[in-house]
Design a protein around this ligand. Structure first.
Ligand SMILES: NC(=O)c1ccc[n+]([C@@H]2O[C@H](COP(=O)([O-])OP(=O)(O)OC[C@H]3O[C@@H](n4cnc5c(N)ncnc54)[C@H](O)[C@@H]3O)[C@@H](O)[C@H]2O)c1
Length: 381
């Protein structure tokens, strides 16, 4: 194999975006496309001059396809990814890997059972600033983490929510800002700071005529006693993207794409325990951090999976790590609705039953939104 021949299932905004992106990647080749709407499959298939299928099984089963990209609305990710993994076809699944932790578990189990490579399109991990942040954490430069914070406040118009019937509905998408717009931010947050063990959440619909949340916040408690805070919304302009991790030996702050790191040579508690002065404070020295130059975005994940299959390159965003994002999302939604703290790992059966009740109330299929537009956002590339 000289190039990995990808088949894409779901060629709306994001799926057709991936078809375009891989044209410039020497390790990748578009081999086939599939979409539940036959005319969409046909028009993208003809655009790229590749076979097209209305049924994803035919794409997965095709001998022309080495690996599968799943880019349908989230509810369909598990079924399609598990089928592909079981046929021994490696998968890149769009974020979030699933709507529920139980479905995400089944995907992870399928990848483990079959030994088939599985990645999630959390492409922001490939960005230089997040690679640099991750390196600081893995080198232990922060020491024990005491506090975390993520503020990801963005904007979406009502027209965005009206652009496809599945968007912002319990039955079509299974959540709002948490399940759709925030997974990249939540992925980097849990990738760097780990998962809390208890979440006290708040969710609300403030700025749009939608049935799911467009504002979410939560207080986080971690297994080591650390505390954290997360806020996500699609109701603000200009956007805010801030991540902070504060530890015994260092403090990391990323605002947008600007990274700051302070070293605390004496340690925060170490200093407190030993200093005899009443108003002393430990030195915190800002140190420059090298930000590597590297390819980033969707293209990096497409190439990385191809290089994983061709040359054994380590996956940048393994599918199993997509589970942490779903744990966090489910925990905040459940806690926001019940008003009670929720433990992580989330109780699978409880979440499934809770979501089923919301799905039963959903307007999916009854929204008067006009034709589905299939245009993905041009910011998350
Ligand atoms: N990684 C990123 O930066 C990023 C950005 C945007 C969207 N996404 C993700 O991509 C996925 C798709 O989002 P989108 O904006 O492209 O949506 P979209 O509505 O534009 O496209 C979805 C396509 O999937 C097709 N489809 C629906 N059910 C299907 C099925 N069962 N089998 C085959 N095809 C099916 C639809 O007909 C449509 O063409 C979502 O999970 C979303 O979260 C990721």
């Amino acid at each position: 194999m000289e190039r990995v021949r990808y088949g894409i299932v779901g060629v709306g905004g994001m799926g057709s975006g991936h078809a375009h992106t891989m044209q410039g990647v020497e390790e990748c080749m578009l081999a086939a496309v599939s979409d539940a709407v036959p005319e969409v499959a046909e028009s993208v298939g003809e655009e790229f001059d590749v076979p097209y299928f209305a049924d994803y099984h035919d794409l997965v089963d095709s001998e022309a396809v080495d690996a599968v990209i799943v880019a349908t609305p989230h509810y369909f990710h598990p079924e399609i990814a598990i089928y592909a993994l079981e046929q021994g076809k490696p998968v890149i699944c769009e974020k979030p890997i699933a709507v529920t932790v139980s479905a995400a578990d089944a995907m992870v189990a399928a990848a483990e059972r079959t030994g088939t490579p599985f990645a999630v399109m959390h492409q922001q991990r490939s960005e230089p600033v997040w690679q640099a942040a991750r390196k600081l954490i893995s080198e232990g430069r922060l020491g024990e983490i005491y506090r975390t914070m993520l503020v990801y406040a963005d904007f979406r118009s009502q027209a965005y929510y009206n652009s496809a019937g599945w968007r912002a509905t319990w039955a079509g998408e299974g959540g709002g800002v948490l399940i759709n717009q925030s997974p990249h931010s939540i992925d980097r947050f849990t990738w760097l700071g780990g998962l809390p063990s208890r979440v006290t959440g708040y969710t609300a619909t403030k700025g749009h005529a939608i049935e799911v949340e467009d504002v979410a916040a939560a207080m986080l408690e971690y297994p080591n006693g650390a505390v954290g805070y997360i806020y996500c919304s699609t109701t603000e302009a200009p956007g805010t993207d801030i991540l902070e991790l504060s530890g015994e030996r260092g403090k990391l702050q990323v605002i947008g794409k600007e990274l700051h790191f302070w070293e605390i040579p004496a340690g925060v508690r170490g200093f407190s325990d030993t200093s005899t002065g009443m108003w002393t404070r430990p030195d915190a020295v800002e140190v420059p951090v090298e930000i590597p130059e590297r390819e980033a975005g969707h293209i990096a994940i497409l190439r990385n999976m191809a290089r994983h299959l061709l040359y054994g390159e380590e996956l940048l965003s393994p599918g199993v790590e997509g589970l942490a994002t779903v744990e966090m999302i489910n925990a905040i939604i459940l806690s926001g609705h019940t008003g009670e703290p929720v433990g992580i790992p989330v109780d699978r059966a409880r979440y499934d039953a809770f979501l089923a009740e919301l799905v039963a109330t959903s307007n999916y299929g009854k929204k008067a939104t006009g034709p589905d537009l299939r245009v993905t956002d041009n910011v998350h590339h």
